[in-house]
Design a protein around this ligand. Structure first.
Ligand code: GLU
Length: 300
């Protein structure tokens, strides 16, 4: 089976352990299957993204031995494709302008909250008349539950209206939104396996609806558990900054880090220092733990 996988970081900070584990799992799955592995920097959110952070993320991945098989794609250079996708959704009458302010959304969201703290947009502006491409734009979800299969978690069934509601695809500040860019680019790059953190599982059904509307195939998904603090809590700001540099300062060299990451993904029976290629043989989705993992106490 030949697959195309990708790692798609947003350059808003350093890559922490959770990001590195996701990147490695995606790379291992592709290498095991003899496929194509890509890196795409998701820098559509202009004010929050920084080119130098993207460059630093690429350097960190390279230190682990994770290098894109094709030139790295930067989403900030792909606006024309996102505009084209918006035009096609508009022709299909699936876009509407949204005039809700942040404050409106907070008030509206005090009604039923979805799981995982997501607040579904209740569709307040659905019947607003079209005002052109300069407005904030939302995608009108069609009704119904989506059934999809997660490589790690198994059969899933989600109603996107209860999880995200109609997603914003274009923002008032002129930025294209994550849901649009990720769907358009996975389609354009022929990505058929998406490995990412479980925090994004609740938006998958919404993205599947968008793929359907744009006539794009749905990739296979695998949502990995989170990397938690040694006591099982969320990684705090200090420990959350655990990237390659911070770990090196604590005496954790790249081979140690790879050993722990490989062990946490079920490739090794114990966390012993290794090179990335040594993990390929032991990788199998059936051995990857479904739940969250905790960082070793000495790292936390
Ligand atoms: N860019 C997203 C993030 O860093 C990930 C997108 C995805 O994997 O679908 O959270």
């Amino acid at each position: 089976m030949s697959i195309t996988g990708r790692f798609a970081p947003s350059p808003t900070g350093i890559l922490h352990l959770g990001n590195l584990r996701t990147a490695l799992a995606s790379w291992l799955s592709v290498r095991k299957a003899g496929g194509r592995w890509l890196i795409r920097v998701e820098d559509v959110d202009g004010p929050r993204c920084h080119r130098d952070l993207g460059d630093a993320q690429l350097r960190d991945l390279e230190r682990l031995g994770l290098v894109s098989d094709e030139p790295v794609v930067w989403q900030s250079e792909r606006s024309a494709h996102y505009r084209e996708a918006l035009a096609s959704l508009h022709r299909a009458h699936l876009l509407y302008p949204c005039a809700c302010t942040r404050k409106d959304l907070q008030l509206l969201a005090s009604a039923p909250h979805a799981e995982d703290g997501l607040r579904p947009y209740p569709g307040r502006c659905r019947f607003r008349a079209w005002e052109g491409f300069e407005r904030a734009l939302r995608f009108q979800l069609s009704d119904g539950v989506i059934l999809w299969e997660d490589r790690l978690l198994g059969a899933q069934s989600d109603d996107p209206a209860l999880l995200t509601g109609d997603p914003l695809l274009f923002r008032r500040d002129g930025c294209f939104a994550y849901h649009l860019a990720v769907v358009v680019d996975d389609g354009a790059q022929g990505v058929d396996e998406v490995v990412r953190g479980a925090d994004l599982r609740p938006v998958t059904a919404t993205q599947i609806r968008l793929q359907e509307a744009l006539g794009l195939p749905t990739p296979a998904y695998a949502h990995l558990g989170m990397v938690l603090a040694p006591d099982g809590g969320r990684l705090g700001k200090r420990a959350g900054a655990l990237g390659i540099e911070a770990l090196a300062d604590r005496g954790v060299a790249v081979p140690d880090l790879l050993g722990w990451l490989g062990w946490s993904l079920g490739c090794l029976s114990e966390a012993k220092p290794c090179q990335v290629e040594e993990l390929i043989a032991g990788f199998d989705w059936s051995r990857v733990p479904k739940g969250d993992v905790r960082v070793p106490p000495v790292w936390g």
